[in-house]
Design a protein around this ligand. Structure first.
Ligand SMILES: [Fe+2]
Length: 200
């Protein structure tokens, strides 16, 4: 877990200001003894970890992909309690989940910073949603399309950085590859995302 946090810190360290600089400084002081590891809970989406890590190893965030592979068997997989198969579509059950490292009730406790990794399986549409926290994604693995209010769908390859301002509507969709993406939330991190009315 600490190796994964250090790999994330190295990605964020390049930012001299803003949320990533805050996250980098916070991660830099985490010690092994600070980590509160919860009970493992796997979700069906975890079956795509191997494929995602293989893709991630070839990308610019290879160290994050490698470290995630080592942590994942002990990680607690989560799904947003606001979502369901009705809102998200059939992929909700087996092609969507995330692991959180920093945040409220997470291995590194924080009430204003949340860091995790989202995994989507292939052929998955994560519909239009929004949340009050500011969000910065780094694509670790997978060539997927990303949508943001006011922009069309865009292909974002591994290494892409995607910024979502508070409450901006956004969405993603995968084709034949899974998507593994590192996210950092700041601000109001205690309010979960909700699906928005208009689907992208
Ligand atoms: Fe988001």
């Amino acid at each position: 877990m600490l190796t994964l946090l250090r790999a994330i810190e190295a990605v964020y360290r390049e930012a001299s200001e803003g949320p990533l600089a805050v996250a980098s400084a916070r991660i830099a002081v985490v010690k092994d003894r600070d980590l509160q590891l919860g009970r493992a809970g796997r979700k069906p989406v975890a079956k795509f970890v191997g494929q995602a890590v293989e893709l991630g190893r070839r990308g610019p965030l290879a160290e994050v992909a490698e470290a995630f592979a080592a942590v994942e068997p002990l990680a607690t997989w989560l799904q947003n309690p606001n979502y369901s198969v009705e809102g998200m579509g059939p992929g909700y059950d087996d092609r969507y989940g995330y692991v959180e490292l920093i945040g409220p009730g997470r291995p590194v406790e924080s009430t204003d910073l949340l860091v995790g990794l989202l995994l989507l399986g292939p052929e998955m549409h994560y519909p239009d949603h929004a949340h009050p926290a500011e969000e910065i994604y780094h694509v670790v693995a997978g060539n997927a399309e990303w949508w943001r209010e006011g922009e069309g769908w865009r292909m974002r390859p591994p290494g892409s950085v995607i910024h979502h301002t508070p409450m901006v509507r956004h969405a993603m969709r995968t084709s034949d590859e899974p998507l593994l993406a590192l996210y950092c939330w700041t601000g109001n991190v205690e309010v979960y995302a909700t699906m928005t009315e208009t689907r992208a």
